[in-house]
Structure formats: structure tokens, C-alpha cells
Design a protein around this ligand. Structure first.
Ligand code: ADP
Length: 186
């Protein structure tokens, strides 16, 4: 019997981690066995937990890459029913076949991550995962300029690196009208 792939996506501050934590809590109430992962690139808020900007947390195993995630997971695969992965945009494209494999093993795979980069472009592997998911939840944040629903992550300051892990003040949620992907600095 196949499992399920659920993707929770949207810009920064849209509540992806909150929604992931909410779903994990419900799975725990249902007495399902859960294991959570996040990439070691994202150690902003908490070293061993998924953490939301609103300070909710859930324990997580920090892994360097998909290969390591796979190792840790398969060492306990028979004891696991639900797999949570936060900040999944920082894992590479091999997360797609792994997610499908887990789904075929009957697991529920919950994946949270950014759908677009600071340049407003699709942020792989999230779009690929969205394509094969059973459920996609696309959340919006609140535009920091006008209060409208925000689908973009605005980087403040001029760095063009794809990954600049954010200290507070480095990123803002913006609506389409106020998103300035090529702004030099703010
Ligand atoms: P994500 O994982 O998508 O970055 P989080 O779940 O970590 O989002 O944080 C969502 C929380 O961030 C909201 O519940 C709210 O408390 C806070 N927040 C701060 N700035 C914003 C914003 N511009 N829009 C929406 N929520 C915001």
C-alpha cells in the first residue's frame, strides 16, 4: 500500500515550519512514529530542531545531504511511519527519487521548503516534489511593504549567492508588486 507525499511551500515567513510542526503534532497524537530531518545549512534558530519564526519547535536530525538522510532513515525504517523534512530546498535533486521510494514503502513524507529563490525563480528540488506530490499546500506571507499576501522572498542587500542563510533582517516577505529581485541594496 503506497504512502503519501505532502509538500508545504511558499516564501519565507509564510508559516511552512508552523504547518509542518502542526501536521507532525497531529501524527504524534495518532501515535504514528515520526522522524524529522533538516539540512545542516540551516542552523539559524536551533541546532537539533525544526523551528518556526514564531518559536514553535520539533526535534530534528540534522544531516549534511540526502545520502546521509537516507542512511539515518534506513537504519530505522521499519520503526518509521511519518518522515518530516524542513528547509528541503537546501537538499539536492536526489530528494525526489528518495521521496518516491519512501512513498512506495508506504511512508507519509512531509516536505516543507521554499518554492522560489531570492531571484523569484523555481527553487529545485521543491518544484519537482510539488509535481509528484499527493498534496501541495502553497502558503503566502504578509508583504512587509503593504500587507497584501506575499508570494516572494525579498533579499535585503546585494548578495547574488543562491544560499545566504538568513540572520534576522536579511530577508522580507513581499507581494508581486513590491518584489524587487534585482534591487542592489535596501
Ligand atoms: P516559514 O517556515 O515559512 O519561514 P515560519 O513557520 O517559520 O515560516 O514562521 C511563520 C511566522 O512568522 C508567522 O506565524 C508569524 O508569527 C511570523 N512572521 C514574521 N513576519 C511575517 C510576515 N511578513 N508574514 C507572515 N508571518 C510573519
Amino acid at each position: 500500500q503506497p504512502g503519501r507525499i505532502e509538500v508545504i511551500t511558499g516564501p519565507m515567513f509564510s508559516g511552512k515550519s508552523e504547518e509542518l510542526i502542526r501536521r507532525l503534532k497531529r501524527a504524534k497524537i495518532a501515535r504514528q512514529r515520526i522522524v524529522c530531518f533538516k539540512p545542516d545549512i540551516d542552523l539559524r534558530y536551533h541546532k537539533t530542531a525544526i523551528a518556526s519564526h514564531s518559536a514553535q519547535t520539533h526535534d530534528a536530525c540534522v544531516v549534511a545531504d540526502v545520502e546521509r538522510l537516507r542512511e539515518v532513515l534506513f537504519a530505522q525504517i521499519d520503526q518509521v511511519e511519518v518522515i518530516g523534512i524542513d528547509e528541503a530546498q537546501f537538499f539536492d535533486e536526489s530528494l525526489l527519487p528518495l521521496s518516491l521510494e519512501l512513498m512506495h514503502l508506504g511512508k507519509r513524507v512531509l516536505i516543507a521548503g521554499l518554492d522560489t529563490t531570492f531571484a523569484g525563480e523555481p527553487f529545485r528540488p521543491i518544484p519537482d516534489l510539488m509535481a509528484v506530490a499527493d498534496e501541495v499546500v502553497k502558503l503566502s506571507a504578509v508583504c512587509m511593504r503593504c500587507g497584501a499576501p506575499a508570494i516572494h522572498t525579498q533579499r535585503l542587500g546585494g548578495s547574488q549567492e543562491l544560499v545566504v542563510v538568513g540572520a534576522a533582517g536579511l530577508y522580507e516577505a513581499r507581494c508581486r508588486a513590491h518584489f524587487e529581485p534585482f534591487a542592489d541594496s535596501e
